[in-house]
Ligand binder design. Sequence first.
Ligand code: TXA
Ligand code: MG
Length: 347
Amino acid sequence: MKTLLIKVDPENPSAEALAPAAEILKRGGTVVFPTETVYGLGGDATHSESAEKIYAAKGRPSDNPLIIHISKPEEAEPYAETNKLWHRLARHFMPGPLTVILPKKDTIPLTVTGGLDSVAVRCPAHPVALKLIELTGLPVAAPSANISGKPSPTCAAHVIEDLDGRVDCIIDGGECTFGVESTIVKITGEDSLILLRPGAVTYDALCCVCSDVTVSDTVMNKLKENERPLCPGSKYRHYAPEKPLTLVGGSEEARISYFAERQKEGAVIICYDEQAEHLESHSVITVGKKDDLEAQGHRLFAALRECDSLEGRCVYANLPSTDGFGLALYNRLIRAAAHTVVYPDQL
Ligand code: TXA
Ligand code: MG
């Protein structure tokens, strides 16, 4: 199919520029749009056929449910059973990078939720996403706009690389702010939830609003054999570059000399700006200063894509700390590396 490309002002998109995209969604087509986390591949969430088109475009297994995007928290009511905790989360974090899983209502077809009786709801904080949803008057189902298994796209060039010719429209709204996908929580009671995927709304921030926050085992650890995860997406290979990736932990000194040795053997190194000063400049991809987690999040998926275009057999990157936003980076990288970690201090 021929994909329509629309470029808009990310801060102040005009209704006129977005109108063709809204029409496509209303007619059951697929539109890629920017959010503050990553780009999403949208379709009408009340329509089974739109969901099927999304799964087909991504090459995604249809048992992996989609998030529905709304422009105001109140719009969740026709589609999900909300409770007091939902309203508290909405007041504190919406619009923003938080997705909440609630029992679903019949208005959302089972094709959208991968057969589950729950639905994931998110109100994104991006002017383009919000205006587009408003113009359609629909909840918009959208997974990340990458081919299944690849890192999520954080700019239009990544989307075009993966989905040009596979979707009806791509809206170019520049680079995404956070660069990692939303935090996902599942509400389990009036004051309890489970953190299923960490993102920019951190564990500590959730604890300020809810007194019983459990972190799902799959956030940091490998799934056990035959285990069915609460978040179906966590059972699939994800985020991984084509080249094998190994994470490097331990002291700063040991990491730097380990990176230098591996680089001499022909590896690609993803590292902090400060570490790059101790390495040759070829085959190095920097993601920001060591303490600047926001910059690292913003650059992470672009770096994972970039390493495949550089020469080298394999890739090494820092094992992030699990504090604050670091947990989101840890969660993505540990899966991209299929849990392969080395500690050179201990070798
Ligand atoms: O930031 C984001 O959340 C982006 C932007 C586009 O909004 N979207 C995104 O969607 O990351 P996706 O489909 O790539 O990841 C959603 C994850 C999947 O792992 C899926 O299994 C899980 O959410 N999920 C969706 N609905 C669920 C449900 N009802 N129960 C459990 N997990 C669910
Ligand atoms: Mg995804």
